[in-house]
Every structure is written in structure tokens, then in C-alpha cells.
Design a protein around this ligand. Structure first.
Ligand code: HEM
Length: 345
């Protein structure tokens, strides 16, 4: 295979957010190309670094990596036996959260002491915390940053990695995506222009691929609700005050709701609602607590797919196995080799 030669412009357009990503895409994409590494890991890093920058202007790569490791420990022990002694996943989880909160708090204090405006989420939070009639205390604000970093940490990167795997496994899906994205390119006045809102809205098949990916991925293994009054379910009473865990996979993998539920088939979404939760589709939860990042995550996935399909081709070199613990993980990663599209012609 010819040595790939990805230039800065192509790399920086990879996500369509050149000004936000700064130097990161070049590093990551060239790293991906030269070393055909664990795709899932690089993708997760990229998304975390991006959010750490947008939320609290954390742009020191080493500090960001350390922070990410704390989230990793937090996630690994989130659903674990609650034995708080060193060496257990639960202990590491508590420590991970403690350290991450410490880092965020330090950023908070540092910002308070400076007069500089960074234009990030932390600036807005501080402004709100300092108002007299606000409900937002410093502790809630710090927790909010923690939750947002956590919510973005493994979700979108896992979904994107899974989409890449499914597309690789289904050439007929790749062909349909190529058709959709080539049509967008053809209708563009300038090849160099970025994706417009109209173009994004026209990516119907891409949205079908995204929905099918998150249906099968079941990235969030459970959604929690508090029972506010006694509820009868199949002859059982769930008393008020109980906490209920809804497992979306029970719906998403139910053959009564989805034909051949284990098969990746984006066409099953043809003519169906693609942008809202329902009683049979809860990948982003439902009701008033629907994931606040759902539209953003879908936008990110669509832009990623657009640039990948339009500019590159890839082959899976190894990995791609999936296990649940209970979150979805790739034990051997997903190793891909990416080549610029025109090199194939
Ligand atoms: C593929 C990516 C993602 C998936 C599958 C996902 C899934 C979910 C699910 C299932 C819930 C629970 C909803 C409920 O209780 O009904 C949730 C909540 C939440 N998500 Fe996401 N999410 C994703 C990406 C994101 C991103 C990128 C952000 C932030 C920008 C985010 C922020 C949140 C927040 C703050 C909540 C709590 C909402 C609340 O309790 O009111 N999520 N997400």
C-alpha cells in the first residue's frame, strides 16, 4: 500500500472544526495514518481534548491526559461492587472523581483570580455563580463541568468507532453513504466550503446509520428514574420512592420491536422518526431528561462520517471485538489503516 500523505488542510478539515481543534487533528490524524493505531483510543482522546478546551480552556496536553485518566478510573468503577479499599475498581472510581474535581476546582479558582476572559463555558459559569440571585453554587458549577466532561468522555467516541466498524463490515452501507456524500459534494459551489446546515439536514441515510449504530451500541446501559407514585407493572407494584433502572437494550434488542434486532440494518429506519426518543428508541433516553447532548453528538457523528467518507478510505487491520462491562468496550481496540481517497483511484 502506498504511504499515505495527509496534508495539514485535509487533516484540519477532518472534523470540520478547524479553529476549535487547533493543532490536535494534525497530530491525531497523522498518528492514525502512520501507526495504524487503536482507532477507538485516538478518537476518544480527540473528543476529550476538544471538550476540555471548550469547557475550561484546558490546553496543556499533559494535564488533559491526566484528567482523562481520572475519568477512565471513574467510569471503570461506576457499576462495581462497592468495596472501598485500595486495589478495587470502586476505590479507583472514587479516587478518580476526587482528583478530577480537584483539577476542575483549581481551574475555577485560577479563573476567579484572573481578569482574563477566555470565552469558554467556565467564563459563563463564573458569571452566573457570582450573581446575587442565582441558584448556581460553586459546588454545583464544578459538578456540572465534571458531568459534562464525563458525558462526552466515552459516548460519542464509542458511537463513532462503532459506526466505523459497522460501515467497514457492511460494504452496501458504505456504498449508500458514498452516494449521499458525493451528491452533497457535487452540489457544492466550492469544494473547500464547510458543511452547511442544509447539507447536514439532507444527510438522511447518514442519520439512519447513526440511529442504527446507537440502537445496537446501547452506550448507556441504564437510565434511572425515581418512582413518584405507586405504579402497577404486569401485576407487580413498584412503590413510590423506589429508584428504577430502565435498560434500553431490552427494547433495542427485542425481536418484537425490531426485526432481526442483532443485525445492523440502517434501512429499518426508512420513513421513521430519526430525531426524537420514543417508547421503542431510548439510545439518548427520553422525556424531560433526554440527553442534552443528543443533537450535538449526532452532529459530530455526521460531520465525522462526512469527512471520512468524502476524503478517506480505510481498512480494519485488527481488533473490533466488542464486550460489555457493562459499558461497551473494544478489548483489542479497532485498528485501522487510513488512506487518502484519491490515492485509491
Ligand atoms: C452518542 C453519544 C451519547 C449518548 C448515546 C448519550 C446518551 C445519554 C442517555 C441515555 C442519557 C440519559 C437520559 C435519560 O435519563 O433519559 C444521557 C443524559 C445526558 N447526556 Fe448524553 N449521550 C451522548 C452524548 C452526550 C454529549 C456529547 C453530551 C454533552 C455535550 C451529553 C450530555 C448529557 C447530559 C448532561 C445528560 C443528563 C441530562 C439530564 O439528566 O437532564 N451526552 N445521555
Amino acid at each position: 500500500m502506498a504511504e499515505p500523505d495527509v496534508q495539514w488542510e485535509a487533516a484540519s478539515r477532518f472534523y470540520g472544526f478547524p479553529s476549535y481543534w487547533g493543532d490536535h487533528p494534525v497530530f491525531h490524524l497523522s498518528f492514525i495514518i502512520q501507526h495504524s493505531p487503536v482507532y477507538r483510543k485516538e478518537n476518544g482522546k480527540m473528543i476529550f481534548e476538544y471538550f476540555a478546551k471548550k469547557l475550561i480552556s484546558l490546553d496543556d496536553l499533559k494535564a488533559t491526559r491526566n484528567l482523562r485518566q481520572n475519568f477512565s478510573a471513574f467510569l471503570d468503577g461506576l457499576i462495581s461492587f462497592p468495596l472501598n479499599i485500595p486495589g478495587t475498581a470502586y476505590h479507583a472510581c472514587l479516587q478518580g472523581r476526587k482528583t478530577a474535581i480537584k483539577v476542575i476546582k483549581a481551574k475555577f479558582n485560577e479563573r476567579r483570580a484572573s481578569n482574563k476572559n477566555y470565552g469558554d463555558f467556565l467564563d459563563h459559569l463564573l458569571e452566573e455563580v457570582e450573581k446575587e440571585d442565582t441558584f448556581l453554587s460553586e459546588d454545583i458549577a464544578i459538578d456540572l463541568v465534571f458531568v459534562l466532561l464525563f458525558a462526552t468522555y466515552e459516548t460519542t467516541s464509542t458511537a463513532i468507532t462503532l459506526a466505523v466498524k459497522f460501515i467497514s463490515d457492511h460494504p452496501e452501507v458504505l456504498a449508500e453513504l458514498v452516494k449521499e456524500h458525493e451528491a452533497i459534494f457535487k452540489n457544492r459551489e466550492s469544494k473547500d466550503s464547510e458543511v452547511t446546515w442544509q447539507e447536514y439536514k439532507s444527510m438522511n441515510f447518514t442519520h439512519m446509520v447513526i440511529n442504527e449504530t446507537v440502537r445496537l451500541a446501547n452506550i448507556v446501559p441504564g437510565i434511572f428514574r425515581k418512582v413518584v407514585h405507586d405504579v402497577e407493572v404486569n401485576g407487580y407494584t413498584i412503590p413510590a420512592g423506589w429508584i428504577v433502572m430502565v435498560a434500553p437494550s431490552v427494547l433495542h434488542l427485542n425481536p418484537d420491536k425490531y426485526d432481526d434486532p442483532l443485525v445492523f440494518n440502517p434501512w429499518r429506519w426508512e420513513g421513521k422518526e430519526l430525531h426524537a426518543g420514543s417508547k421503542t428508541f431510548m439510545a439518548f433516553g427520553g422525556g424531560v431528561r433526554l440527553c442534552v447532548g443528543a443533537d450535538f453528538a449526532k452532529l459530530q457523528m455526521a460531520i465525522f462520517i462526512h469527512h471520512l467518507i468524502s476524503n478517506y478510505r480505510w481498512t480494519v487491520v485488527k481488533g473490533g471485538d466488542i464486550i460489555r462491562k457493562p459499558g461497551l468496550v473494544f478489548p483489542n481496540g479497532l485498528h485501522v489503516r487510513i488512506t487518502k481517497k484519491q490515492e485509491l483511484c
